[in-house]
Write a protein that binds this ligand. Structure first.
Ligand SMILES: [Zn+2]
Length: 291
């Protein structure tokens, strides 16, 4: 389907589709946060498993930041065979010039900007301040409902952490955010896999301090606190998110000033779609894009 003059589609797979979207630019296919294709290049915005970098470890046509590659290697204990770039730098892939920008979602997370097409693909975003203006914005809507408004509770984290508790944090991304906050004030310890990923981005655990574990291992340690903005855990929660909340999402869209927004990850609410329509911004969701 043509969106803003650019062909975007989803590859068929069984009865459904491959993850996320593919984009055809001057005859070259770019698969965004998807599983490897027979043709084309896989752009990996960051190392979270629902963005499919782990499926691309032995794909020589995968494109990820050097830090994302290091995290993927630490998480999977396999070698990444794709091409890498430093976030903030430029790369050339099959003749296409791509600028990259930090999104501060997790270590190594990067947005891809095809300036010739004024096309920006953000991946997940925590801070939009360094993103460029664009004509077509391909972005996330994890917190795409007006009820999703929150503040990070860093003070509460430090209070709780001073009592040597166990902290449940997703090993890729959240655990490093928590570790960096604790590192400055208290120090931290980490279970093995979390420690491996922390060390891959240069954060070393201490002798003492609260223990960071994967949320699914909290019960094994007798429980503790969960670090998240989501509401589906049974443990007491400290809000600490890697994403923009609803207000931040709207601010990012205004900052990037697009004519068209494509929500390729997470589901925008009807309220968000109506709001963009009222602002004369065209809006497309993943469900609307077919092969
Ligand atoms: Zn993510």
């Amino acid at each position: 389907m043509e969106i803003g003059g650019i062909e975007m589609y989803r590859r068929k797979y069984g009865r459904g589709f491959r993850p996320h979207i593919s984009i055809l630019l001057d005859g070259t296919e770019f698969h965004v946060d998807s599983s490897p294709g027979k043709r084309g290049w896989n752009l990996i915005t960051h190392a979270h498993s629902d963005h499919y970098g782990q499926r691309n470890m032995d794909n020589p046509r995968a494109v990820a930041s050097a830090e994302t590659a290091r995290i993927l290697e630490a998480a999977t204990e396999k070698e990444y065979e794709g091409i890498t770039f430093d976030v903030g730098g430029k790369i050339r892939v099959q003749g296409q010039k791509i600028e990259t920008y930090p999104t501060f979602h997790i270590h190594g997370s990067a947005a891809f900007f095809f300036r010739n097409f004024e096309l920006l693909i953000t991946g997940d975003v925590k801070d939009y301040c360094e993103l460029p203006e664009c004509r077509i914005l391909v972005t996330e809507a994890t917190y795409g409902h007006p009820s999703h408004v929150f503040e990070d509770e860093v003070g509460k984290l430090l209070d709780v952490a001073s009592h040597n508790v166990v902290l449940g944090a997703y090993p890729i991304g959240k655990a490093q955010r928590v570790a960096e906050i604790l590192k400055k004030e208290i120090g931290f310890r980490a279970e093995e896999r979390v420690e491996r990923i922390c060390r891959a981005v240069g954060i070393c655990p201490d002798e003492n301090g609260p223990l960071i574990v994967s949320p699914r291992n909290l019960a094994r340690y007798g429980g503790g606190y969960i670090l998240t903005a989501q509401n589906f855990y049974r443990w007491p929660k400290i809000t600490l998110s890697d994403h923009l909340d609803y207000r931040g999402l709207l601010e990012m869209i205004h900052h990037c000033n697009p004519e068209t927004v494509v929500f390729y990850h997470g589901k925008p609410s009807k309220a968000l779609i109506r709001y963009l329509e009222s602002e004369k911004i065209e809006c497309k969701t993943l469900e609307e894009i077919k092969n």
